[in-house]
Ligand binder design. Structure first.
Ligand code: P6P
Length: 338
């Protein structure tokens, strides 16, 4: 059996690809991996806490159990703050950025945007949830990080990844040289390379969308859903509908098997529900590095200007040919200039 390669060994090995790197990004990725292991441990216990009744307040040891997305937020903020490699954090859980002002971090060259626990409403029903992260070089010259450090296009990301807390715990990330997946081996407490150089199929037969919002979807989305449901052997239609309600899980499945995930504009989310900084850009960076595509129905996600921390966007992400077809329907049936 080939020797196991841990996340730490892989990061150091790949660091050699960046001759001028002093290891800051490597240490940042290592810090994220450590926080992910801590969060995974708590996510796995959540069901137990729920069995004990008022889970939000007591656990089996009588300690206060924080709501898991708050717990995850605190863990990632703590790990990124003490690591010394990040000068500011934008969290989906926090209205404003967190400035990391300790001696080590205030002149650090990176900022991190994070969705600490996406899909956390699924925790109570034991459905996979995830953490999504995105790393940029700061644009401010020195001193405390600023909000403007996060107002960069997705093409400026130096790294992006997600952790999926599912039947196993996996960390998937890219630094712009392909996508690699690591599975946590609880027996040694290490993420081990399990999915080297991940590539998503150009075409596949799964579509993921919450069809409960159908009446409020744009016409192009309605037409695309009908396209997915038509009988056509030559294109293996009808496709299968798979929607978990946790975009990390849907995108991860589609990354491996191929497919498309769509969260379009709806009545409740007229600008789309997902946040471009914490979900759209990092997932788009990963999927493009794996040969897929990500748009807002009309334009490439990674090219979009960021004007607000919690800016939302529609998201069409997955197998390149499937995204192309879905967007062709958006263009054909769009009522406004795209
Ligand atoms: P709906 C989770 O809250 C999330 O942000 C994504 O992970 C998920 O795909 C989507 O929202 C689910 O939203 O409206 O279908 O329940």
């Amino acid at each position: 059996m080939s020797r196991v390669k841990t996340l730490g060994q892989f990061i150091i090995e790949k660091q050699a690809d960046f001759p001028y790197s002093k290891g800051e990004l490597s240490r940042l990725l290592r810090d994220i991996g450590i926080a992910a292991k801590i969060v995974n441990r708590e996510v796995n216990k959540a069901g137990l806490a729920d069995i004990l009744g008022d889970a939000g307040e007591m656990n089996v040891q009588g300690e206060n159990v924080k709501k898991l997305d708050v717990f995850a937020n605190n863990q990632f903020i703590a790990a990124l703050s003490v690591g010394g490699e990040c000068c500011a954090i934008a969290s989906e859980e926090n209205e404003d950025i967190i400035i990391v002002n300790n001696e080590m971090s205030k002149n650090a060259k990176y900022v991190v945007a994070i969705d600490p626990l996406d899909g956390s409403s699924n925790i109570d029903v034991n459905v996979s949830v995830g953490t999504i992260f995105s790393i940029y070089r700061r644009t401010s010259l020195s001193g405390p990080g600023t909000q403007e450090d996060f107002f960069q296009r997705g093409t400026e990301q130096v790294a992006a990844g997600y952790v999926i807390y599912g039947s196993s715990c996996m960390m998937v990330y890219t630094t712009g040289r392909g996508v690699n997946g690591f599975t946590l081996d609880p027996s040694i407490g290490e993420f081990c390379l399990s999915h080297p150089n991940m590539q998503t199929p150009k075409i596949a037969h799964t579509y993921s969308i919450n069809e409960g919002n159908y009446v409020h979807f744009p016409d192009g989305v309605k037409k695309y859903i009908k396209y997915c449901q038509e009988e056509d052997d030559s294109t293996s239609r009808p496709y299968s509908s798979r929607y978990i309600g946790s975009c990390v899980a849907d995108v991860h499945r589609n990354l491996i098997t191929g497919g498309i995930y769509i969260y379009p504009t709806t009545f409740k989310s007229p600008k789309g529900k997902l946040r471009i900084l914490y979900e759209g850009n990092p997932l788009a960076f990963i999927i493009e590095q794996a040969g897929g595509k990500a748009t807002d129905g009309f334009h490439r996600i990674l090219d979009m200007d960021i004007k607000e921390l919690h800016q939302r966007t529609p998201l069409f992400i997955g197998s390149a040919d499937m995204v192309d077809i879905a967007c062709s329907y958006m263009l054909k049936y769009s009522t406004v200039d795209a």
